[in-house]
Design a protein around this ligand. Structure first.
Ligand code: ADP
Ligand code: MG
Length: 678
């Protein structure tokens, strides 16, 4: 059964209808003592049915969402209301109001007492509880305002100082109404809530002599504003819950009010009528809902529309004395319950929504970016893992190597000690070697210095060699000149030989002539008998004269012989001219012989002249080269050498001058060479 009811409630909630709970208070002591009877039938209360006994047997039945009997306590009442109440935390505008005749328990249901707290306190208590439970996902900001509408005037019950200021209702945005200037007390926990509610309740009583009377003639409205920010999906909502303790709905006629009371009653009736009109208009789905006909409906506009949730507690008296008022209230409540407000809508904060959308877009971009970076990080993680594995392996290998190296190090330490000793020894040796090295370096420097000097001298030697080469070249030239001169001498010698041949030919011819002469002489001897006188004359004259005579004879004999004689004469003439040159050379030779003692250098030079000596030998050979000439005639013999000496004299003269010049030239050169060598 309970399950079915719960499901029904859920269905109703989804439908968005105004739910109506009927609560009947117990008969008061006064009523019981007065003998009033219970006119309410609670037999079908569990099914939401309530019957009103009107005048004995007549019973009128009403059906509501929930019917609470006088025995149902505050907790039970709130238990049914709590799902609706807590939907404010989900962003829905909610309105809970208590309607009914004065003294039926409206204030008791809404406010309650300290011992049995009402809907207001329990609602806030649960809101804080749920907010605490959801704090990981949703951040709630809860603030409270307490207003009173009395004679169509709004009064801020939380205002610290009393003010005559008139509060107006303003529309802040689409479907959002608020009262500028009223106190919105931010409450953090339930203790503050109780203080706030008490402050409001106390303020309600100010200026009134009779608290109950005053409270029944004004609407007490508690507004709980909830701002929610969903940390998961970024949703932001701004919703409000109206908890209204309405003024008494009793009819004016019954109270017989006059003056101020009448005015109060009229305003109360007007506002409650406006509430009924609004609900009727909503039921008829009218295009115009008369919210502004009263301050009450105007304030509740946001929570009485098609996009909000509403709950009405219709409070009734069980007394048969109040049956007419009870029926009036139940009729009103029945009308209200029939209204379908349509599905409720979440009150999304559009400005916040825009911000949230932007934030969401940013967040999405960030998420995308982070996804990318996450993927990269995962890749890098994978790489790092692989690297780490590789490094671990490397680490193990290195550890093994370290162990090996440590063992090697130990052995090397030992060897190092020994090597250090060796090093010390070697360092001693090294020092010695260094000393030696320094001395060697010094020596090297000296040697280099000497080498440089030697290089210098070598360069001098090279210069001298060059000069020697030049001199040798000059010498060769001179030798060449000398050989040329010798060739010339040879040519001259050949000429001389030819001349000798011609001479010998001439001598042969001369001999032939002499033979002819002798033959002629013999012929003459034979003819001597004939001419003896002529013969004696020929014998007494000189050979020259005879020769002349012969010539004259010869002229007659042959022309060729004459020619030969003439040429021989010319030769004789040349020889005679040369004989004077030979005599001059003889003088020079004498002078030389004499000067040999006084000028040995000249003699030395001549001795050193092989060409001259050769010429002299040639001269001797030429003189003694033809013994036939020497033997035959002394005169031509004397003349021939004279001629040859004249011929050689030119050669010797040239040769003699050449050595002298050579000697004179060579001497300073030789002196120079001697000076360079030194
Ligand atoms: P209203 O606000 O409607 O004028 P109140 O809330 O003042 O009525 O209630 C009038 C009296 O009835 C109070 O003394 C209250 O304690 C009492 N009362 C109302 N409802 C109940 C209830 N359900 N159980 C016990 N007492 C109640
Ligand atoms: Mg009251």
């Amino acid at each position: 059964m309970a399950k079915r009811k719960k499901l029904h409630n859920i269905v109703q909630e989804t439908k968005g209808n105004i739910r109506v709970f009927c609560r009947c208070r117990p008969l008061s002591k006064y009523e019981t003592s007065s003998g009033y009877k219970c006119a309410v039938d609670f037999d079908g209360a569990k099914d939401g049915d309530i019957g009103i006994l009107n005048g004995g047997t007549a019973k009128k039945t009403f059906k509501f969402d929930r019917v609470y009997t006088p025995t149902d306590d505050q907790a039970e009442v709130y238990a049914d209301a709590s799902p609706l109440v807590t939907s404010v935390l989900d962003g829905y505008n909610v309105c809970i109001f208590a309607y009914g005749q004065t003294g039926t328990g409206k204030t008791f249901t809404m406010e309650g007492t300290e011992r049995s707290r009402g809907v207001n306190y329990r609602t806030l208590e649960e809101l804080f509880k749920i907010a605490e439970e959801r704090k990981e996902t949703v951040i709630y900001s809860i603030s409270v305002s307490v207003l009173e509408v009395y004679n169509e005037q709004i009064r801020d019950l939380l205002a610290t100082s009393p003010s005559s200021k008139k509060f107006e209702i303003k529309q802040a945005g689409e479907g959002s109404h608020h009262v500028p200037g009223i106190v919105e007390a931010k409450v953090q926990d339930i203790k503050e809530v109780w203080n706030v509610l008490q402050a409001g309740s106390n303020a309600r009583a100010v200026g009134s002599n009779n608290v109950n009377e005053h409270s029944s003639r004004s609407h007490c409205m508690l507004c709980i504003m909830v701002k929610a920010k969903n940390l998961i999906n970024g949703d932001c909502t701004r919703s409000k819950l109206w908890l209204v303790d309405l003024a008494g709905s009793e009819r004016l006629a019954k109270t017989d009010a006059q003056g101020e009371r009448l005015k109060e009653a009229q305003n109360i009736n007007r506002s409650l009528s406006a509430l009924g009109d609004v609900i009727s208009a909503l039921a008829m789905k009218s295009c115009h809902i008369p919210y502004r006909n009263s301050k009450l409906t105007h304030l509740l506009q946001d929570s009485l529309g098609g996009d909000s949730k509403a709950l009405m507690f219709v409070q009734i008296s069980p007394s048969d004395n109040d049956v007419s008022e009870t029926l009036s209230s139940l009729n009103f409540a029945s009308r209200v319950r029939g209204i379908e407000l349509g599905p409720a809508k979440r009150q999304v904060d559009t400005a916040e929504l825009q911000k949230v959308k932007q934030m969401l877009e940013k967040a999405k971009q960030e998420v995308r970016f982070k996804d990318d970076s996450l993927r990269k990080l995962e890749d890098t993680c994978q790489n790092l893992d692989n690297k780490a594995k590789g490094k671990e392996q490397l680490y193990k290998n290195l550890q093994e190597k370290v162990k090996e190296l440590e063992s090697q190090l130990d052995s090397r330490m030992h060897s190092q000690i020994t090597s250090e000793k060796q090093q010390q020894q070697l360092s001693g040796k090294l020092k010695e070697k260094e000393e030696m090295c320094t001395t060697l370096q010094q020596k090297l420097v000296e040697l280099e210095h000497k080498l440089r000097q030697q290089d210098q001298s070598e360069s001098d030697v090279a210069v001298l060699k060059q000069m020697i080469k030049e001199l040798e070249i000059k010498l060769k030239e001179q030798e060449h000149q000398r050989s040329v001169a010798e060739l010339k001498t040879m040519e001259i010698g050949q000429e001389l030989l030819e001349m000798h041949r011609t001479e010998s030919m001439l001598q042969i011819k001369l001999r032939d002539l002499e033979n002819n002469l002798q033959e002629r002489a013999s012929l003459q001897d034979t003819n001597m008998v004939l001419d003896s006188t002529n013969c004696t004359i020929i014998c007494t004259t000189g050979p020259g004269e005879a020769k002349a005579q012969l010539f004259t004879r010869e002229e007659a004999t042959s022309e060729g012989e004459h020619h030969i004689l003439r040429s021989s004469d010319s030769v004789n003439k040349r020889v005679s001219s040369n004989s004077s040159v030979a005599e001059a050379t003889e003088v020079i030779n004498d002078k030389k012989r004499k000067g040999d003692a006084s000028n040995p250098s000249i003699g030395g030079e001549l001795e050193n002249q092989p060409a001259g000596s050769q010429n002299a030998a040639r001269k001797r050979s030429l003189q003694g080269g033809d013994p036939r000439v020497k033997r035959k005639s002394t005169e031509p013999h004397a003349k021939i050498p004279g001629r040859t000496t004249a011929a050689t004299k030119t050669a010797t003269a040239t040769q003699r001058t050449a050595p002298i010049t050579r000697a004179t030239k060579q001497q300073p050169a030789a002196n120079k060479t001697r000076g360079w060598i030194r």
